[in-house]
Design a protein around this ligand. Structure first.
Ligand SMILES: O=C([O-])C(=O)C[C@H](O)[C@@H](O)C(=O)[O-]
Ligand SMILES: [Mg+2]
Length: 433
């Protein structure tokens, strides 16, 4: 007789941590030396533990705590029920903003989106637990993989060699990248270390002509390779069209050149370069206007804020229906999320672009074994659940760091980090150029 499993959630553990982050530049400022993440563990009555990961800023933590309490007593296979649980969690009005360019550069900050960013970690943890209980990989729970490996692109950043003097940080060995030669050198290291064959440059940092020169230098150094440029909405429509024209022969797509659907639609109407976004289509509610106006040709999904792996598949199905491409966006994340991204990406038939991932920038992780890239791809695990194992000692150490912090690093703030180097700095108003 087979044993009957008890999939009831008996305990939920939330562990906020701070992970080292290099001084990566974007249009709002620079990354802080440590970034907050939240690790979620869901433990079933029969002792199976599932793990998930999401943003660790205060606004997510204050939703995750009541969510965790409500989860106890429910079953890890009640994935649809997670959304009902989320609806019960109140979001303070001060946490929401209709702005597309809020911190973190991932589009509007509505109450629903904040909730979904928390749901996603619990959904992944439940899927991991369920997979372990059933002896099935997460991709099988999503309907099965259609590829054995998922391709990622090199996520290039303008970067200082070090965080400002006097700032407590972990050293990295990437060096500075502040001009076209530095960007090409960084790209070379990405190819040597991980075998990536496509490249995305985070732009909006320097005047557009300097970023055009950097992409041109990449095109020369890596002929024929897919290239992308993402200034996070820092440009006007005119500037966007000018950059698109200047790079039309080498860009796979231009990502969020201008801010918001109306501006993106104007740019799209005036260029043949496909436009991608992780800023103007970040919720299901934003799809209709963007697709109707043909404002974007590729949606960069992110299971964290779209509400999990199953919602990511729903988004992909909508994109497929409308002939819009789909790929994946990334903020700073660890191996649990990379595993989750890889599982869901392996099940999406219409994923035709290499996905973004910050993972190579993260020297620290909470896993016993880091995930690896081979020829720019991550192999899809067939082990039960996500196929990762938590390193409790590492987790405790990174949590200690979070506990020891005075609160100044508990919320991502690229503007504040830049002010340490440049006291006069404030996030530039948009369009910046
Ligand atoms: O593709 C994007 O827009 C991002 O990944 C946004 C991020 O916030 C990125 O710019 C960063 O981490 O600086
Ligand atoms: Mg982007």
């Amino acid at each position: 007789m087979t044993a009957v499993r008890d999939l009831t959630v008996a305990e939920v553990r939330l562990t906020p941590i701070l992970v080292a982050d290099p001084p990566l530049l974007n249009t709002q400022g620079v990354h802080q030396p440590y970034t907050p993440r939240l690790i979620v563990e869901v433990v079933t009555a029969d002792g199976t533990t599932g793990v998930g990961e999401t943003y660790g800023d205060t606004k997510y933590l204050e939703l995750a705590r009541p969510f965790a309490t409500r989860l106890v007593g429910r079953s890890v296979d009640d994935l649809n029920g997670l959304f009902a649980v989320a609806d019960e969690v109140a979001v303070d009005a001060s946490r929401t903003s209709g702005q597309v360019d809020v911190g973190g550069l991932r589009g509007v900050q509505t109450a629903d989106k904040l909730r979904l960013s928390v749901v996603s970690a619990f959904e992944v943890a439940c899927l991991d637990a369920l997979g372990k209980a059933l002896g099935l990989p997460v991709h099988a729970l999503l309907g099965g993989k259609v590829r054995d490996a998922v391709e990622y692109s090199a996520y290039l950043f303008y970067k200082w060699a070090d965080h400002p003097e006097g700032v407590v940080c972990e050293k990295d060995d990437w060096g500075a990248a502040l001009d076209p030669a530095g960007v090409v050198e960084q790209a070379r290291r990405f190819t040597e270390r991980y075998g990536f064959t496509s490249f995305k440059l985070k732009g909006g940092v320097y005047p557009p002509d300097e970023e055009i020169a950097a992409v041109r230098a990449l095109a020369e150094a890596f002929p024929g390779r897919p290239l992308r440029l993402d200034p996070n909405g820092a440009w006007s429509v005119e500037t966007s069209v000018r950059v698109a024209d200047a790079l039309a022969d080498v860009l796979e797509y231009l990502e969020d050149p201008a801010l918001g659907t109306p501006a993106m639609a104007e740019v799209a109407a005036r260029t043949s370069v496909p436009l991608a976004t992780n800023m103007c289509v970040t919720t299901f509610a934003e799809i209709k206007e963007a697709f109707t106006r043909d404002a974007v040709q590729v949606v960069l999904s992110d299971h964290h804020y779209w509400g999990g792996l199953r919602n990511t598949r729903e988004l992909a199905a909508i994109c497929r229906t409308f002939g819009v491409g789909v790929s994946m966006h990334s903020n700073t994340h660890l191996g649990i999320s990379l595993a989750a991204m890889t599982h869901v990406a392996s099940t999406v038939p219409n994923l035709h672009h290499a996905c973004d991932s910050h993972y190579p920038w993260q020297s620290e992780d909470v896993l016993t074994e880091r995930l690896t890239f081979e020829n720019g791809s991550v192999r899809v695990s067939d082990a039960p659940g996500l196929g990762v194992e938590l390193d409790r000692a590492r987790l405790a150490l990174l949590h200690e760091r979070w506990l020891a912090d005075d609160g100044s690093l508990h919320d991502r703030d690229d503007e504040a980090a830049m002010r340490v180097a440049d006291p006069a700095w404030s996030t530039p108003s948009v369009p910046r150029w």
